[in-house]
Unconditional design. Sequence first.
Length: 128
Amino acid sequence: MMREIKFRAWHKSKGIMLDVEVLSLNDSSVIVRRSSVFSQKVFPLSDFELMQFTGLKDKNGKEIYEGDILKNPFQKIARWQVVFESGCFMKQMIQHKTIKEYLRFTDWDWEVISNIYESKHLLEGGEQ
């Protein structure tokens, strides 16, 4: 079974997260939809930071995307950022960026607590 390929997008100037409906590499545009609104809009791709779905869900059933911030119930302080590196999704410890692990289907007890765009303070060692 293949994983579902989908993206979400952070609108750089508006500071909002949107669901990507269509991504066109031909004309460098993206059609987005805000989760709570049914209207669609076309924007230049350069207005966004794209995040790809990993194909995995956290312990609450929330989809895990590149750029998400994760925590593990067995690690009280450590937080991890989902990154795409060397052709695979990995989790990188925020407090020690040299510590990386593959993101696996067995990570069933991990939880998405935010993302790098909406909670920048978590990247700087701030409180949750």
